[in-house]
Every structure is written in C-alpha cells, then in structure tokens.
Design a binder for this molecule. Structure first.
Ligand code: G3P
Ligand code: MG
Length: 252
C-alpha cells in the first residue's frame, strides 16, 4: 500500500468557470463561479498560432465564439478580438476570449485553486503540455496550493512533467482502458500523476480502493445531479467537477 498523494484541493471544482450559467472559459464565468462560493476552477487550455495559451474547449471556434475554423490556427491578437459571449446570451455579448495567464493572475489575486485541463489542438499535444508547464511553473508561487494539470493526452502530461516537474498532474479518462474493467493506472503512474479524473459513472468501490491503494486520488467529471454526487462521496472519492455551481454549495 503506497501513501496517498497529498490532495490540498477542495471537494468541489467548478467546470469551465460556472458550468452553463455563463459563457464557458471566460473570466466572467470564473467570477460567477467564485460568487457562488467556489474556490477551485477547471479550465481548458490550448496554444494559439503564435504560442500563447488561451482558454477554449473545442478545437473549432464555431460553438463558443463569433468565428469559425481552428482556434489554434489564429494568433492571440486575432483571438483576443473575438466575441466569446454572444453565443451564450445577450448579457455576455462582447465577452473576450481570455489567455490562460489572465486566469492564472486572477486566481492568484483571489487566492483560488486552479485545475488546468491541457486540451491541445490535435497535433499539438506535447507542445501544449510543455507550454502549460512553463507558464504555470513561472507564474505560480512555490508556497501557494499548486495548480493541478490534467489531460486526456499522455503526451501533454509528459510535456508538462518535463517543464514543470513539481506541479501535480492527473490523467483524465472517459472509458475503461481494457476489457477487464480497469482504467489506465499504469499510464498514470508512469507519468507521475497524483490522481485519475474519470467520467463519474466509471467509479465503483473496487476501483476507488485500487487507486487509493496505488497512492492516487480519485476525482470525477462532470457531475450535475445530487444522487450521483452523493454516490461519489459515499465511495470515498476526493473531488467532484460540476457545472451546477447553483445546485451544489461547495462547503468543503
Ligand atoms: O477536466 C474535466 C472535464 O472538463 C473533461 O472533459 O470535455 O468537459 O473538457 P471536457
Ligand atoms: Mg475540460
């Protein structure tokens, strides 16, 4: 039995800022999540054409901005001019598409925790991971609760490990890795991860025991109903990523 990795994070993590209540991955969304009492935030980060990390979930701009095409094909100067709020609602018209650095500085100024999901444009896996490690390694003070760097892409986590070995990492997975019903524990351990962040429906008692036995923490995405949340807490998992900042009061 390996010692459990330290887990200085709250149980509740707001997904993309404030779930669906504000335009995802914008500073307005993170501010709204904080107004609901959330102390930790998940965001999606990728590289612009000129090497700046910006916040956006999809590869394509179409769903969450007023433009089309691959976000990573544009410079940050071009991305900064887009409207990342009108798609959501009129109240957010003109909301800018932020850099990861802007979010980091806001979190630090407000003493908030951050989970950066490294969400590379396809083909940019390792470079995006390296860039996230470089930025966070440079900006985040050594004496603050460190940001958690997560990804579905092992190459991105390897890149982050190479540039910021001291920052904790987590492997994301949305399905079981093999027919035996196991997740990719070996990959997580090889990458020096401290946690697995799984589609919440995958967790069960033996899997939590196996992860904790291997020293890894257990977290879930994206949990939006109370029954599922109660189940995950009863299983002894460590953190829950939710859209429903209006439903779950992040008391711990
Ligand atoms: O980081 C957890 C969760 O955000 C992963 O899935 O597609 O919502 O980025 P997705
Ligand atoms: Mg995400």
């Amino acid at each position: 039995m390996t010692d459990l990795a330290p887990w200085p994070y709250p149980r509740w993590i707001a997904h993309r800022g404030a779930g669906k209540l504000a335009p995802e991955n914008t500073l307005s969304a993170f501010r709204l999540g904080a107004r609901h009492g959330y102390r930790m935030f998940e965001c999606d980060a990728k590289l612009s054409r000129d090497g700046v990390l910006f916040l956006m979930h999809d590869t394509d701009l179409q769903r969450t901005t007023n433009a089309r095409g691959t976000g990573g094909d544009r410079t940050m100067g071009e991305l900064a001019q887009l409207d990342a709020g009108s798609w959501h609602s009129r109240a957010y018209a003109g909301e800018p598409l932020p850099t990861l650095e802007a979010l980091v500085r806001w979190c630090l100024a407000n003493h908030l925790c951050l989970n950066v999901e490294i969400k590379p444009t396809p083909g940019q896996e390792a470079a995006t991971g390296r860039a996230v490690g470089e930025l966070l390694g440079a900006l985040w003070p050594q004496d603050a609760v460190p940001p958690l760097l997560s990804s579905f892409q092992p190459a991105s986590l390897a890149g982050a490990r190479d540039t910021a070995p001291r920052l904790p990492r987590a492997l994301l997975a949305d399905r079981l890795a093999d027919a035996a019903g196991d997740v990719d524990l070996c990959t997580a351990l090889k990458l020096g991860c401290i946690a697995m962040v799984l589609n919440h429906a995958l967790w069960n008692t033996p899997l939590v025991a196996k992860m904790h036995g291997a020293g890894l923490r257990c977290a879930s995405y994206t949990v939006n109903d109370e029954r599922a949340a109660r189940h995950l807490i009863a299983l002894g998992t460590d953190s829950i990523i939710t859209d429903r900042v209006d439903l779950f009061a992040p008391g711990d």
